[in-house]
Design a protein around this ligand. Structure first.
Ligand code: C2E
Ligand code: CA
Ligand code: CA
Ligand code: CA
Length: 278
């Protein structure tokens, strides 16, 4: 069935046309869509906790199919990863996001950052580090303006080569953040091991505060530990005033979520910047 989610997208869930779920068919459709430039980036503002001032955006991929409408990443990223298409797609995301950020910086100031999600498959690609370097060089974006979001699933890799690669990426001067923090199992260990600059508290964790007060205690200690380790903390999925106040009270550094803004088109993001950077 078609739904209208909070972002106003038509998207398909369980009722999605069965051919779309057929992965061979989906793979073919995705390759064609890629050739036809049907992938677009949406951008969700990230803001400083205390002031609500925008610090940057997270780039979020959408597939704009002329018939189906906007298709969300959960419907196609797994297939893109399984087929390896994520490598080309991810490279495109990286270039497009950097270009867009550079564009915004020209108009609204060089402090604006861009965060890009990196699939573990992409991370594994031997060409990944040079792709990041090239994306930055191509548009002249300062490395410190780019943040790469990795997940702890990279820890399924051979540890030594994984840490070496993270160091290599760090030495480009880009920022690294650990995405979906709180959903896995080795989370706290990751904090010390990986050279990340920030952790992103997963939205399911944010949403769990109301239903289980013990999660509030866990978050409180995660935040103080993160700060002790000199890590910044970004709260994800902040939808309500209550959730915002909760994180504000814990001296969380940044937040993103519907409370501030949903993911926006490039044009809407520029408009949003114009209104919020005054
Ligand atoms: P994520 O990295 O955890 O991204 C945050 C997701 O939460 C986004 O879903 C965003 O639209 C949604 N969101 C934002 N604010 C709120 C809120 O207040 N409440 C709730 N309930 N949700 C909120 P989206 O855009 O559907 O992306 C889903 C996932 O797909 C992302 O999760 C990320 O893991 C992956 N993804 C998105 N773009 C890319 C990409 O370019 N490359 C790769 N490899 N993965 C991507
Ligand atoms: Ca993310
Ligand atoms: Ca996340
Ligand atoms: Ca996620």
């Amino acid at each position: 069935a078609k739904h209208n989610d909070k972002n106003g997208f038509r998207f398909y869930q369980e009722g999605m046309r069965s051919e779309l779920l057929d992965s061979k068919f989906l793979e073919q459709r995705m390759r064609q869509a890629f050739e036809k430039n049907q992938f677009v980036l949406y951008y969700q503002p990230q803001a400083e906790m205390a002031t609500k001032k925008v610090i940057g955006f997270e780039a979020l991929l959408r597939w704009h199919d002329p018939e189906e409408g906007f298709i969300l990443p959960s419907s196609f990223i797994p297939t893109a990863e399984r087929t390896g298409l994520i490598i080309r797609l991810g490279k495109w995301v990286l270039n497009e996001a950097c270009r867009q950020c550079k564009d915004w910086q020209t108009f609204y100031g060089s402090n604006i950052r861009i965060s890009v999600n990196v699939s573990v498959i992409q991370f594994l690609d031997p060409a990944f580090v040079s792709q990041v370097r090239e994306a930055l060089e191509k548009c002249g974006l300062a490395p410190s303006s780019l943040e790469l979001e990795i997940t702890e699933s990279i820890s399924m890799l051979h540890e030594e080569s994984c840490l070496r690669k993270l160091d290599e990426i760090k030495s480009l001067g880009v920022r690294l953040s650990l995405d979906d923090f709180g959903t896995g199992f080795s989370s706290l260990g990751c904090l010390v091991k990986y050279a990340v600059d920030a952790i992103k508290i997963d939205k399911s964790f944010t949403q769990s505060i109301q239903s289980n007060y013990k999660n509030a205690f866990i978050l409180e200690s995660v935040l103080s530990l993160a700060h002790l380790l000199d890590l910044e903390v970004i709260a994800e999925g902040v939808e309500t005033e209550m959730q915002y106040s909760f994180y504000l009270g814990l001296s969380c550094d940044f937040f993103q979520g519907y409370y501030q803004a949903p993911p926006l088109s490039a044009a809407e993001s520029s408009e949003w910047l114009r209104k919020n950077m005054a």
